[in-house]
Design a binder for this molecule. Structure first.
Ligand code: NAG
Ligand code: NAG
Ligand code: NAG
Ligand code: NAG
Ligand code: NAG
Ligand code: NAG
Ligand code: NAG
Length: 471
């Protein structure tokens, strides 16, 4: 029985090997700036045109920063009203080339995509999305990414102001999970409620991190993932507003021109390359390896199918070999069902991805915590939640007020939970406990498709997806 989907819950059973997590690596802090000179402000005015064939490339507009510079302000002007769209970011002299994760030369200093027309960065502070800190002399790049180019091209101007005011304070990072302890839960693993995908004004969201923390608490969450587009700037700041009882996990939504994927469980100084296309070297493979092997996180495909108003947001890389996949993005619609169907197809091929949910909150009407992803973790820590995801100990429910417990028994064996392996032969008994799901029907998805389950189901015990349908 395959029922029209208005789902309030997804849960997975899967067999998955345990992966030890390397400690999250950090980039070295940059050396302090040389003593500032007392120079006048420098104004640069750079203009150019991007022809249509530059679409989806990433361009460096180089400018020279002399010793003693302590602040950089960039204003970008272009013919946006004609229909053009030009993303913007900043790289420092450590290098603009594609970062392959094999050395620490990435010069990334911020990205705001199409969300900002101007930004400022200094030793002490920066516009949201940009990384404050010492300003090394050398060739910097304003990064530009033509995203929509009309036949007449994009005519652009960059007004760059270099300041030389003396520096008396340096930026103090306050990492997002700084307040949470690392002890394992003394009572054993616990199911923690969270939201895996949230934006703020550190990229293109309409709210501040302080607002988001309040929404997360109102939704009864115990953890949330900070996942701004292409920048780690919020990860350096969230600790300032983090309450004692909310784990704010460190992530980046890696926003490529061929779809969005998410790195979660990284360090606050970690950044993930996004400027490759299918077939590039270094490319997606290198970036994934960097997250999984060095940064200690998991990698997840976000909203593989999404509505027409988001161009270049569907997943169009041929690579589906990820730790996880976002099956439920914001309010449920047919594109989420498409993600579930793809997930099943991948599992049939032997690719065991963990199914996740995320609100992808930018602005209402989407709500933080809708859907809520519930992860079984040994502690309320980043590493423990990442481990829970890698072990597929994950349930997704509609939001606050919804919950599910489930247990599978083989004979008189102890209860086996989501993510655990069922050992043994013969009949299995499935027990469900639900909260907030009156009037729902359960169905099981397995190798051969989806079947309704009245009282008994016969199936291959290799993997199942349990799905509760609400009407
Ligand atoms: C530096 O410039 C400021 C004004 O811009 C001036 O007041 C100050 O005297 C100058 N200091 C030196 C050492 O020249
Ligand atoms: C920048 O340069 C362009 C082209 O030379 C000129 O049209 C524009 O007025 C300049 N803008 C500023 C603020 O100086
Ligand atoms: C780091 O890697 C990049 C790209 O592979 C390369 O261009 C650069 O020279 C390397 N830098 C160092 C210090 O090895
Ligand atoms: C900079 O951007 C802000 C909005 O982000 C805008 O209010 C302001 O006018 C802009 N400043 C300049 C000089 O373009
Ligand atoms: C840092 O910059 C932000 C906006 O760019 C501003 O709101 C804030 O007041 C600044 N903080 C300090 C300490 O200057
Ligand atoms: C993305 O995929 C969805 C579902 O297949 C489709 O409706 C939509 O048109 C696609 N978007 C774009 C921009 O191609
Ligand atoms: C759900 O069903 C239970 C048991 O029948 C009942 O006590 C509860 O009030 C119902 N809840 C809702 C929201 O209908």
């Amino acid at each position: 029985m395959l029922v029209e989907m208005k789902s309030s819950l997804l849960a997975t059973f899967a067999l998955i090997a345990f992966h030890a997590l390397p400690a999250s690596a950090q980039l070295p802090a940059s050396a302090p700036s040389p003593a500032p000179l007392n120079t006048t402000t420098i104004h640069l005015n750079i203009t150019g045109i991007y022809e249509p064939d530059t679409l989806f490339t990433f361009q460096c507009v180089p400018f020279d920063v002399p010793p003693g510079c302590t602040s950089i302000t960039v204003v970008q002007i272009y013919d946006k009203p004609l229909g053009n769209s030009l993303d913007i970011g900043l790289w420092d002299p450590r290098g603009f080339e594609l970062y392959d994760g094999r050395n620490l030369s990435a010069g990334f200093r911020g990205w705001s995509g199409g969300a900002k027309s101007n930004f400022t960065l200094s030793a002490a502070n920066a516009s949201t999305g940009y990384i404050p800190g010492s300003i090394e002399p050398g060739i910097w790049c304003v990064a530009q990414g033509p995203y929509v180019v009309i036949p007449e091209g994009i005519h652009w101007t960059l007004l760059i102001t270099l300041g030389f005011d003396p520096v008396d304070t340096y930026y103090q990072p306050f990492p997002s999970d700084a307040r949470i302890g690392s002890d394992p839960n003394p009572d054993g693993p616990k199911w923690l409620r969270g939201d895996m995908h949230i934006h703020t004004d550190y990229s293109d969201g309409g709210f501040t991190p302080a607002d988001i923390v309040q929404f997360a608490q109102e939704a009864g969450l115990e953890f949330m993932v900070s996942s701004e587009h292409n920048t780690n700037a919020a990860l350096l700041y969230y600790g300032v507003v983090a309450p004692e009882d909310l784990l704010i996990m460190k992530g980046i939504e890696v926003t490529t021109r061929n779809g969005h994927w998410q790195a979660v469980g990284i360090g606050e100084n970690d950044w993930v390359e996004f400027r490759y296309h299918p077939g590039d070297t270094p490319g997606l493979e290198d970036a994934k390896r960097e997250v999984q092997k060095r940064q200690g996180g998991y990698v997840s495909i976000n909203h593989p199918y999404i509505h027409v108003n988001c161009d270049r947001c569907n997943w169009t890389f041929p690579d589906w070999d990820f730790d996880a996949i976002e099956l439920w993005n914001g309010y449920w619609d047919e594109t989420d069902q498409m993600a579930v169907d793809k997930w099943q197809e991948l599992m049939v091929e032997g690719k065991m991805l963990c199914g996740l949910g995320g609100s992808d909150f930018h602005n209402p009407p989407v709500k933080v915590g809708t859907p809520t992803t519930i992860v079984k973790a040994d502690a309320q820590t980043e590493n423990a939640v990442v481990d829970g995801v890698k072990r597929h100990r994950v349930i997704i429910v509609y939001g606050p007020g919804y919950d599910l417990t489930m247990c599978v028994r083989a004979g008189n064996n102890p209860c086996v939970e989501v993510g655990d392996q069922v050992v043994g032969e013969g009949k299995l008994q499935l027990e469900l406990g639900t909260t907030g799901m009156n009037g729902t029907t359960a169905s099981l998805t397995y190798r051969k498709g989806t079947s309704g389950c009245e009282r008994r189901c016969a199936m291959q015990p290799t993997w199942w997806v349990l799905r509760m349908l609400s009407f």
